[in-house]
Ligand binder design. Sequence first.
Ligand code: FMN
Length: 410
Amino acid sequence: MSLLYNRKVLLGVSGSIAAYKSAHLVRELIKRGAEVQVVITDAAKDFVTPLTLSTLSTRPVYSAFIEDEQKAYGVWNNHVEMGLWADLMVIAPASSNTLSKMATGACDNLLTAVYLSAKCPVFAAPAMDLDMYANGATSDNIKVLEQRGVGIIDSDYGELASGLVGKGRMAEPEAIADHLEEYLSSTLPLYGKKVLINAGPTHEHLDPVRFLGNNSSGKMGAAIAAAARDLGGNVHLVLGPTQAALDLKGIKVTRVTSADDMLSAMVSEFTDSSLTVCCAAVSDYKPVSQAEHKIKKSDEGNSLTISLEKTPDILSTLGKMKGDGNFLVGFALETRDGESYAKQKLIKKNASAIVLNTLGKEGVGFETDTNEVSVYTVTGKTFSFPLTSKIALGKSLLELFMSEFNLSDA
Ligand SMILES: Cc1cc2nc3c(=O)[nH]c(=O)nc-3n(C[C@H](O)[C@H](O)[C@H](O)COP(=O)(O)O)c2cc1C
């Protein structure tokens, strides 16, 4: 889901030839789920009609403090209310005239009055001919606005409406919407933090068609990955072979088959990861050798003996690599003495926390959409999470890791 979903965006449109692109920008913002209120200058109305913008935004477009038809009723457009309503304000296109008014605080029209009243983050996308853009007055105004915290969405270089080629084209509507999303993601608590997760089963092949494996769906790990993504994390999921439908949008995924593949993917991504969560159901053993061709049913005897050897211990390997900035969480599944094994595992594997799956209850385990767990931390704390959906549990666990490991402050 776009970070612009449900956001209130004030779009100021001023008198540049690029104003025709503001119709496209309204559509783009609405497509990403934003509510859009357009405020337009008189000059901009020569380039794009308020009717087009109000139809696309499904809201009246405001231009004057008191529109002609409002005069008889003493009604006016409250610039202060609009400034307070918005989560974000973007002026696109921002003409050189409007940039200059913004820089000096002139407010002789509704757009600049709303700008002065706005409490939300404000962005401006300058659009003008190359010489207007290159003029020292314009660049000084842009500098002043940047110093005051206005986010300048830089103009593009290219062919201009005048036929000249240079810098001054308004950034494309998609790029403006992306810029706003990037800003919103930079305000999220895990922004810039890498979160590494493994999930799903591993398949240890006996021959080209058969393997030792398990029914893990990867749903629990994918839920934690989605929660980390939604909080702005840079999420990398190392996923074993699963057919489950998982929400992997915006998550970097490395698909692996065996425990050995999973180990090398995790090791190569671990060092710069702030939080690593190992919830894959990794096979403990693998065949000592893999047959080159399918093993045939033999006519002699009733049994087949396969020699197995241990697979690498991923959590333990990462525990040995762990530095001060890496928080490492492992999942455990025990059929008896769960708490005691989980606490031993915590120390033995040098983990920061262990999540113990509850066993033997309806609705918990591998292929279900729900789960119930307890968490034991290296600081000696225990947290219990009652039966809930894996999606909700993923969020709760991530919030716990963030607060226990101070992840948003680090
Ligand atoms: C055809 C035409 C194209 C224009 N294109 C631009 C432009 O791209 N950028 C700009 O800053 N001004 C441009 N102008 C000048 C502005 O429209 C003018 O400075 C106006 O006063 C801006 O008012 P506003 O900032 O209140 O919208 C253009 C004028 C005309 C007639």
